[in-house]
Design a protein around this ligand. Structure first.
Ligand SMILES: NC(=O)c1ccc[n+]([C@@H]2O[C@H](COP(=O)([O-])OP(=O)(O)OC[C@H]3O[C@@H](n4cnc5c(N)ncnc54)[C@H](OP(=O)(O)O)[C@@H]3O)[C@@H](O)[C@H]2O)c1
Length: 246
C-alpha cells in the first residue's frame, strides 16, 4: 500500500465503523497525516498518534464543509465515508428518513466533492474514494431511501470521475455488501469485519481498481447482478419478503 505512504488523507465519519477502521489501517501503513473528521469530536477514539488532526464535520453543513476545506488545504486523498441509513420502503416509509439519507449520502457527499475538488487538483496526483453500497446496483425495499441515495451517489461518482479525469485526480467507487458495523446492528447475517474491509478497500485502490467490492457477500451479489440484473432483484425480493414475514 505504498500509495498511502506519507500522504495527507481526510476521512469523513472517522469516529466509528469503517471510517475508524480506515484511520487504523492507514496509520499502520505509513500515512503522513490524517484529518479524522466526525460530527462530534468528543466521540472520536483516542488514536494516540500525532499524525492525527481531529476536525468537526457534519457533511450536510455548508459552513463546516467550507471551514474544514480551508483547514485541510494539503489533502491529497479524500475518503468520503460518512453515511446514514433510515429504514422504510417507498410506499410506506417515512419521507423524513428518505430525505435525510439523500441529504447525507448524496448531497452531503457532493458538498465534500465540490469543496475538495480544487484542493485535490492543486495537490495532484490525488485520489477521491467514495464509499457507496451494493444497494446502488439493486434496491432492498426495506431500505429503499438509502438504496436510492446510494444509486444517486454512484451516478455522481461516475460523473465526477469523468469531470476530473484530465486533472490527475482519480475517483474510486467502492460498493460493499453488508459490513458488521452499527449500521447493521441487530442483523444476524454473516458479515465482513470493518477492519478487514477497510484494508481490502485500500488494497483495491492501491491496485488501481476504480470500481471495487471489498467483501465476499457484496462480490456474490455483484456477480449475480452481472449475470442478470433481474437475478439480484429477485434475491432482494426474497430477502424483503422473508424479513416481512418474521
Ligand atoms: N455497514 C454496511 O453494511 C455498509 C455497506 C455498504 C456501504 N456502507 C457505507 O459505508 C460507510 C460507513 O458506514 P458504516 O458501516 O461504518 O456505518 P456506521 O458505523 O453507522 O458509521 C457511519 C459514520 O457516518 C457518520 N455520519 C453520519 N451522518 C453524518 C453526517 N451528516 N456528517 C458526517 N458524518 C456523518 C457517523 O457519525 P456519527 O457517529 O456522528 O453518527 C459515523 O461516523 C457509509 O457510507 C455506509 O453507507 C456500509
Amino acid at each position: 500500500m505504498q500509495i498511502f505512504k506519507d500522504k495527507t488523507i481526510l476521512i469523513t465519519g472517522a469516529n466509528r465503523g469503517i471510517g475508524r477502521s480506515f484511520v487504523e489501517a492507514l496509520l499502520n501503513n505509513g500515512v503522513g497525516k490524517i484529518y479524522a473528521t466526525c460530527r462530534d469530536v468528543n466521540k472520536m477514539p483516542t488514536f494516540n498518534d500525532d499524525r492525527i488532526v481531529h476536525l468537526a464535520l457534519d457533511i450536510t453543513d455548508d459552513k463546516q464543509v467550507a471551514l474544514v476545506a480551508s483547514a485541510a488545504q494539503d489533502t491529497e486523498i479524500l475518503i468520503n465515508n460518512a453515511g446514514t441509513v433510515n429504514p422504510g420502503n417507498i410506499l410506506e416509509g417515512g419521507l423524513l428518513g428518505m430525505e435525510n439519507d439523500l441529504q447525507v449520502n448524496y448531497f452531503g457527499t457532493i458538498k465534500m466533492m465540490r469543496a475538495f475538488a480544487p484542493i485535490l487538483i492543486r495537490n495532484k496526483p490525488s485520489l477521491m474514494i467514495n464509499i457507496i453500497s451494493i444497494a446502488a446496483y439493486s434496491p432492498l425495499p426495506s431500505i429503499a431511501g438509502y438504496a436510492a441515495s446510494k444509486a444517486a451517489l454512484f451516478s455522481a461518482t461516475q460523473s465526477v470521475r469523468i469531470e476530473l479525469a484530465k486533472k490527475d485526480v482519480s475517483v474510486y467507487a467502492v460498493n460493499p455488501g453488508a459490513i458488521d458495523t452499527d449500521m447493521n446492528k441487530g442483523s444476524d447475517w454473516k458479515m465482513a469485519d470493518p477492519d478487514r474491509t477497510a484494508i481490502k478497500i485500500l488494497e483495491n485502490v492501491s491496485d488501481g481498481t476504480l470500481d471495487s467490492i471489498p467483501d465476499e457477500m457484496g462480490q456474490g451479489m455483484y456477480t449475480t447482478w452481472r449475470e442478470e440484473p433481474a437475478k439480484l432483484a429477485k434475491l432482494f425480493s426474497d430477502l424483503y419478503y422473508s424479513e416481512n414475514t418474521k
